[in-house]
Ligand binder design. Structure first.
Ligand code: OGA
Ligand code: MN
Length: 297
């Protein structure tokens, strides 16, 4: 078997979102296969794999081909009893620790609704995420898509004046900001310390492709040296530009799909579904090697 990668929509998005075939990524991979997938990530930013019957163990093993994994410490229930055993697997489900669907007003569910806002994973950590891999274990009968936006193309298409304004800017990212946007403020003092804002460059250069991209996320709530309202209005305009439909791939899940995306080059968001139905997704996350502040400007 050899890895084959094709654009999902060759006409309108030839360089964004690829579909991988010819490989069972639940099994150990050759060096060549890993290199082909890495090259596909550089080219497409998002890769879709079908029929991958992952367990947490095989998902962890596949993810480790691409670097060190981060812990699921951005979860609201980090440090408490969790449904998922591994500290390196994020619970992206609407289930409680007894596998029951969370009540509509449950604190965990309301916090997780923050995923409905455009974001890049762990931009609220000093060292943000590189790749995220989301495995669909149980999906609802309708809705619950995940959308991805190409932040490289969004950068390329900005006018020269706006690019100049963006270069060199540093944003403050925190889950306290993103949750405040949807009116969630039920944080403990401990959460507020854990989610203290971190600095990230607004424009980053991809370490392997050399392409620039806009590093935006709903977690970004301030720009260093700017008045807050001006910063938020500016970031909102950039986000509106960067998430136009022409930059977006909407993934409609099938059970056992796995989607891997490069958080350095994309944003993503969850779409709604019937809260009475089960949606159980498990996410592993490869950490970046350094903070964006330590990356070349
Ligand atoms: C994530 C995420 C979106 C979704 O897992 O990081 O944002 O559709 N998920 O569940
Ligand atoms: Mn996410």
């Amino acid at each position: 078997m050899t890895v084959s990668i094709k654009p999902i929509d060759p006409v309108s998005r030839p360089f964004f979102a690829g579909e991988v075939s010819g490989v069972d990524v639940t099994k150990p991979l050759s060096r060549e296969d890993v290199a082909a997938i890495d090259a596909g990530m550089d080219q497409y930013g998002v890769l879709v794999f079908h029929d991958q019957h992952f367990t947490d163990e095989t998902q962890l093993a596949f993810s480790r081909n691409f670097g060190e994994l981060e812990e699921a410490s951005g979860d609201l229930n980090w440090g408490k009893a969790r449904r998922i055993e591994s500290a390196h697997v994020n619970d992206i489900s609407n289930l409680d620790n007894d596998n029951q669907v969370l009540a509509r007003d449950s604190r965990r569910r309301l916090f997780s609704l923050g995923n409905r806002l455009w974001h890049s994973d762990s931009s609220f950590k000093a060292v943000p995420a590189k790749y995220s891999l989301l495995s669909a274990r149980v999906i609802p009968s309708a809705g619950g898509n995940t959308e991805f936006a190409d932040m490289r193309k969004a950068w390329d298409d900005l006018d020269a004046e706006t690019k100049k304004e963006c270069e060199g800017l540093v944003c403050e990212h925190s889950q306290l900001y993103s949750r405040s946007l949807i009116g969630f403020s039920d944080f403990t003092d401990e959460d507020r310390i854990r989610f203290k804002p971190v600095h990230q460059r607004l424009v980053r250069t991809h370490p392997s492709t050399g392409r620039k991209s806009l590093f935006l996320a709903s977690h970004a709530g301030a720009i260093v040296g700017w008045p807050v309202p001006e910063a938020r209005a500016f970031l909102r305009d950039l986000t509106e530009h960067a998430t136009q439909r022409k930059y977006v791939y909407a993934h409609q899940w099938k059970q056992w799909d796995a989607v891997m995306w490069d958080n350095r080059a994309t944003m993503h968001r969850a779409r709604p579904f019937d809260p009475k139905e089960v949606r159980d997704m498990h996410r592993t996350t490869v950490a970046s090697e350094r903070s964006t502040m330590a990356e070349a400007a």
